[in-house]
Design a protein around this ligand. Structure first.
Ligand SMILES: Cc1cc2nc3c(=O)[nH]c(=O)nc-3n(C[C@H](O)[C@H](O)[C@H](O)COP(=O)(O)OP(=O)(O)OC[C@H]3O[C@@H](n4cnc5c(N)ncnc54)[C@H](O)[C@@H]3O)c2cc1C
Length: 271
């Protein structure tokens, strides 16, 4: 794989980064974290067509270790691998995350969640590189909110511990599979970055945009999904410009419905 950000993001969009550095161990992640922006699977990212004028560190520090009924995971561990490890060990509490295509680090930063579950429900602490020092921040110090944490730009999650509960592996797997089936039945399968906007309290952005008739709206290679109006899909060769054109229209529809639009996706590069 090369320097083009389209290769490192689930959207499949974005120009070249000045430098890509792939790290596969805890020590390499700690050494390299301050050199640039850290990405996991790039599953919540819209990267600029102009790319990124700096280093992008691709985090592949993958590790999972059982500690009683807790699991400690390296921040580059895919959520799918973590869920599999927990199920294998008869540990429940992460089933909601089955099918979310990110890593532990991205999930902590974003307080990823689904089906009424979220990272903040199960996280005990995260090891974070802050201002060049490794610090351990417990849940109360991470300022979790809806799809947000108080982690600052430049803070890098190195690893995190999750408190789970004993259960039957077969039941855990079944629960995870049924959440994933629900996800697959309501979300598109094409290349995307998941939801574009955060839901406001007690309302669904997808429903508002659906009622505004935006499903299926296309700009270049980007389309507002027919399955879920808060998701944009890169059908073929979409550019960040195409996506931004649709985001502007979505934002207008939300404003017309009296909803303040707040992006869930993270922009990388110049927009
Ligand atoms: C098909 C699809 C479905 C999705 N469904 C859901 C869902 O149900 N719920 C949900 O919450 N999200 C969902 N998402 C969005 C996304 O998967 C999550 O936000 C995920 O947690 C992002 O993880 P990542 O490793 O890919 O982070 P990236 O996209 O690589 O990065 C996201 C942000 O986190 C930062 N970051 C990444 N790693 C670290 C680290 N180690 N330390 C500090 N900061 C870091 C990045 O710099 C960036 O600011 C979905 C996305 C897709 C494509």
């Amino acid at each position: 794989m090369g320097n083009t950000l389209s290769e490192w993001t689930t959207f499949g969009i974005g120009g070249a980064a000045k430098r890509i550095e792939i790290v596969t161990s805890r020590d390499r992640l700690i050494d390299s974290a301050s050199c640039g922006v850290v990405l996991g699977r790039g599953s919540n990212i819209l990267a600029s067509d102009g790319g990124y004028d700096g280093t992008v560190v691709i985090n592949r520090y993958e590790q999972a270790e059982r500690k009683g009924t807790c699991v400690y995971a390296g921040s580059g561990t895919r959520l799918s691998a973590l869920c599999g490890f927990a199920a294998e060990n008869g540990l429940s509490g992460l089933e909601w995350a089955v099918g979310i295509p990110g890593t532990v680090g991205g999930a902590v930063r974003m307080n990823a969640g689904a089906f009424l579950g979220a990272v903040s429900d199960v996280l005990v602490y995260a090891d974070v590189l802050r201002d060049g020092k490794l610090v351990t921040l417990d849940k109360s110090q991470l300022g979790f909110g809806y799809r947000s944490s108080s982690l600052r730009n430049g803070d890098v999650v190195i690893g995190a511990e999750f408190a789970l509960t004993d259960d039957d592996p077969t039941i855990i797997r079944k629960r995870g599979a049924s959440y994933n089936a629900l996800r697959k039945s309501s979300q598109p399968s094409g290349r995307s970055a998941g939801s574009i906007f955060k839901n406001p309290p007690h309302a669904s952005v997808g429903k508002i945009l659906d009622e505004a008739g935006l499903k299926g709206l296309r700009h270049g290679g980007a389309v507002i999904s027919r399955e879920h109006a808060n998701i944009i899909v890169n059908t073929c060769g979409a550019t960040a410009k195409d996506v931004c054109a649709l985001i502007r229209i979505m934002r207008g529809a939300l404003a017309a419905a009296g909803v303040e639009a707040k992006e869930e996706i993270i922009y990388l590069g110049e927009f």
